[in-house]
Write a protein that binds this ligand. Structure first.
Ligand code: ATP
Ligand code: MG
Length: 253
């Protein structure tokens, strides 16, 4: 457990501010952490502490003011990153399989390869039989699976997930967590996932990072030394409760 030898991402003294009409809004400062290759980390923190901002900066969608974000090379190339937002954001005029295919089409991938990869993703995310369905015909959980499949289809090395199960009911969330662990086991990626749920973070992660609001940065980096594979019974063990209690304490600060 937690014995991943290589860094996948190194963040140092990251600072992000937004220019507002009445001045500069400082959102992130002193953010330092690193992720190991193939590690599953969760990021929790109060609403407004800058979790989505951090993910967007890491994914290269917004600029940062100072500090550094480094992605060590994978097999001699720059690693690919993927980002899944809280809302699935599917294109309503595209079927399920066409939504998954979109990033490949944008990259001018040959059609035969697109078909092969989309089929693989549909199977990986358990969406068989719904390939021709339209987004409005899908449940929230299915739409989120499509969003995850769409980000995985480009085979990212690092996956950033921003509350991917935030809009789902408790039981669906738990099922999706187990699905995500299964996918991670099969595909082995570095994952950084934002969640508001302490039990979800403890259940999924090798490590949980707690982000406090400006200017504190990451105030806790907690290893979760629970055995894998993880199943539902783990949720009722004293070790699980202990980790959850520690996180709860730090979130109150
Ligand atoms: N594009 C933007 N322009 C200006 N301010 C922004 C922008 N994006 C985020 N902010 C501000 O940055 C702060 C952090 O927002 P962010 O969405 O990162 O928080 P969060 O931790 O993800 O919250 P939540 O848990 O509610 O999703 C908030 O004060 C927000 O208003
Ligand atoms: Mg957010």
């Amino acid at each position: 457990m937690n014995s991943y030898p290589e860094n996948s991402l190194v963040v140092q003294d990251l600072k992000v501010s937004f220019q507002e009409t009445d001045g500069l809004l400082q959102v992130l400062d002193n953010v330092c952490f690193s992720l190991q290759k193939n590690e599953f980390a969760c990021l929790i923190g109060p609403s407004g502490s800058g979790k989505s901002t951090l993910l967007r900066a890491l994914a290269g969608l917004i600029p940062y003011e100072s500090g550094s974000i480094e992605f060590p090379e994978v097999h001699g190339r720059k690693p690919r990153t993927g980002l899944v937002f809280q809302k699935a954001n599917l294109m309503p005029w595209r079927t399920l399989e066409e939504n998954i295919a979109l990033p490949l089409q944008l990259a001018h991938t040959p059609q035969a390869e697109i078909n092969k990869k989309v089929k693989e993703m549909v199977e990986l995310t358990g969406l068989q039989g719904f390939e021709k369905s339209w987004p409005h015909e899908l449940s929230g959980g299915m739409a989120q699976r499509v969003a995850i499949a769409r980000s995985l289809v480009q085979d990212p090395d690092i996956l950033f997930l921003d509350e991917p199960f935030g809009s789902l009911d408790e039981l669906t969330r738990e099922r999706m967590s187990e699905e995500l662990l299964r996918i991670w086991n099969e595909k082995r990626k570095t994952i950084l996932m934002v969640t508001h749920s302490i039990p979800e973070a403890v259940f999924l992660a090798d490590r949980v990072l707690v982000l406090a609001g400006f200017p504190q940065g990451i105030v806790l980096d907690l290893p979760i030394d629970l055995p894998r594979p993880r199943d539902d019974e783990l949720r009722y063990t004293p070790q699980f409760a202990q980790a959850a209690a520690t996180l709860h304490e730090h979130l109150k600060l």
